[in-house]
Design a protein around this ligand. Sequence first.
Ligand SMILES: Cc1cc2nc3c(=O)[nH]c(=O)nc-3n(C[C@H](O)[C@H](O)[C@H](O)COP(=O)(O)O)c2cc1C
Length: 352
Amino acid sequence: MAAPDLATSIGTTTLKNPLICGAGEHVMLEDGLRAALNAGAGAVIVKSINETRAGKEQLQRTDYTLLDTSWQPHPWDFHPPEGASLLCRSGLAQQSFEDWLDLVVRMDREAQVRDAYAIASLIPADIDNGLDLARQIEQAGVRILEVNVGAPHGEEAMKGAILLERDAGRVQHITAAFRKAVKIPIWIKLTGQSSAIDSLAMAAREGGADAVTIMGRFMGFLPDTETQAPMLGSRGAIGGPWALPLTCHWIAKAREKMGPDMPIIATNGARSGLDIARFLLAGASAVQMASAIFTSGFPVIQECLTEFTDYLTRKNMNARDLIGVAADKIEAYEKQPLRPDHWKTFLPDTGI
Ligand SMILES: Cc1cc2nc3c(=O)[nH]c(=O)nc-3n(C[C@H](O)[C@H](O)[C@H](O)COP(=O)(O)O)c2cc1C
């Protein structure tokens, strides 16, 4: 069979493959961005920025710890153990907005040569200021803007540093404001900390988003049993491969609510090429991968693409063929086969 076609579409944008290197400290500087593009990512989201000093200062107070599946810290050696979680505080890009924008423009030009994209990302603190930055991003020639309205640190970061929206009305209002301000495609990245992410997605769609990104990581707090203090000294955002089914759940719910035409981008839980397939089968058109690249290094991009290509070859399918296939087969509990007493086969031995 011919090599599978990895291309996918997000509205009018075609990506050469569905692996997007997600925003994080690993793509705040030119070298990291170039490494992600060189490794073959379909796109890279440049580390987010806003207009506030508080957002930048937050990055001076960051810390990160890798945890194994028993919640024990693992050395930061770019060989995370299987199943590792990442607990961290993060902040926003350190550069001045002008320097950051200059970097995004240069990297998006470099990306174009590789048939890829470097995407601007805002985590607004104040909407009017955010709109002003969005206009400057468009005027500078950047081709796509992601607006993250649900960063997990919103309620822990310094006051005024980051917005975290959980209200559908606000999400629609903010999306509509960005939609009015610029013509380039807008992707709205939503919080994972809501019990109605499908409604937030619908609100973003109604506000005019070209795609929704589902979903941000969660806030956590991990007591250290030795010091009896909080790990990292504070709460922190937490993510790991265990998040994948939760993200798939909300992607499928959002697909059900919005219909199959609205592009959804998955983030939160992808660690492998098969995870890319899982997210597409759940209804995503592309996948943002951040922690795996931050904690294992840039070669993981090529490894995931190879594994994903092998999967498509084995299944004799192209990337686009996967989108929503499993989501559209989800059935209600009541439609499952009746199996009286089946539950008893799962009981542990009581020794009695
Ligand atoms: C250290 C770190 C920094 C991050 N910085 C940003 C950011 O600046 N902007 C953003 O939209 N998401 C940011 N994220 C979120 C990631 O892009 C991604 O959506 C999230 O970590 C879930 O995906 P993953 O399981 O692949 O890590 C950050 C994540 C981490 C771990």
